[in-house]
Design a protein around this ligand. Structure first.
Ligand code: SF4
Length: 350
């Protein structure tokens, strides 16, 4: 599978507007009206046109939309803990935790609530506002619901927002988790509907949408995004954002991950996607889902400080904080502190 980096650098795009062609007031290309409305009727053509804007025009538009709804110098901080590692029956081609690939990730049982609480306390002391917990499961089993609900109640008791990602959920399970105090449920759509079968064959795109619907109907907030750099075309990135931005309600959080190739997985030898394509994807997510927290997720280490700063400029306003993101490394806490100091960024609840 080859990475589509050419597309972002060689494809002909509309020429950047000259000063005479702008509205003279805001530097926008003439005729461009910034739409701050929250819309769920985006078309793929509209989203594709945003991707094709000259880079500076796209970032400028994304910044304007971002500043309309958010403080541009604040970033929401979440910490992610793997509460049940490895041994997953699914075949997601990017994942180190699938039992189908030799990745060196050991299978573990569900973590004891006391250990989860220790990690949650330490995350809170480090400034995290939301504590996200992930389990490498295809779906939540009814026999595990009580233990999971106890974990949620305990973490919630620390005064943190809670988020879980446990695979597919039934409507009843979603309601039980909501009653236990769960704020968010993460279920990524991963990629476009068309490219999905190239990434996962053990479930389908519609299964993902069904779980998202159960979460929304239970009253919990949805966290859903995807991964770029899995060999997909730009049209798939358009399709992914289109699927998210046309849900009945935009997800509260939209994680945008850059594939970190894991040796041993079928995607282990892919070349990283071009940083500017990552920045464009963040900017288009910001414009199409203006009130959502757009989360810069996996791939932050690979982006480096400059790449991350561009992503914040493009409208990313949430990160995973801590030194591990499930089984891949993440910039360490101190490095994040240093980067935030350089950029004058503060945590959202600071
Ligand atoms: S369902 Fe989750 S844990 Fe299982 S293989 Fe897919 S991404 Fe990995």
């Amino acid at each position: 599978m080859s990475i589509d980096t050419q597309e972002s650098t060689t494809k002909s795009r509309p020429k950047a507007a000259t000063p005479a062609e702008t509205d003279g007031q805001h530097g926008r290309p003439a005729g461009t009206v910034i739409d701050y409305a929250v819309r769920i009727d985006w078309t793929r053509d509209e989203i594709s046109a945003l991707f094709s804007l000259p880079f500076n025009d796209l970032l400028f538009q994304a910044q304007q939309v971002h500043r309309h709804y958010f403080d541009a110098n604040r970033v929401q901080l979440s910490t992610l803990l793997n509460i049940k590692q490895g041994g997953c029956s699914e075949d997601c081609k990017y994942c180190s935790q699938s039992s189908r690939y030799e990745t060196g990730v050991d299978r573990e049982e569900l973590m004891d609530v006391k250990l989860v609480m220790n990690a949650a306390r330490s995350a809170k002391e480090s400034g995290a506002e939301r504590f996200c917990m992930g389990a490498a499961w295809r779906n939540l089993k009814d026999r595990d619901v009580a233990a999971i609900a106890e974990i949620v109640k305990s973490v919630k008791g620390l005064g943190m927002e809670t988020c879980l990602t446990l695979g597919m959920l039934t409507r009843e399970q979603a309601e039980t988790l909501k009653e236990s105090g769960l704020d968010y449920y993460n279920h990524n759509i991963d990629t476009s509907p068309e490219y999905y079968p190239e990434v996962i064959t053990t479930r389908c795109f519609e299964d993902r949408l069904e779980t998202i619907e159960h979460v929304r109907e239970s009253g919990m907030k949805v966290c859903s995004g995807g991964i770029i750099g899995m060999g997909e075309e730009r049209s798939d990135r358009v399709g992914m954002l289109h699927a998210l931005a046309t849900l009945p309600e935009h997800p509260g959080s939209v994680p945008i991950n850059m594939l970190v190739p894991i040796p041993g997985t079928p995607m282990g030898d892919l070349e990283p996607i071009d940083t500017f394509e990552m920045v464009r994807t963040i900017a288009v997510a910001r414009i199409t889902m203006p009130k959502s927290h757009v989360r810069l997720s996996a791939g932050r280490r690979e982006l480096g400080e400059t790449g991350q700063a561009l992503c914040f400029l493009a409208g990313a306003n949430s990160i995973f904080y801590g030194d591990k993101l499930l089984t891949t490394s993440n910039p360490e806490w101190l490095q994040d502190q240093e980067l935030f100091a350089k950029l004058d960024i503060e945590g959202e609840q600071a």
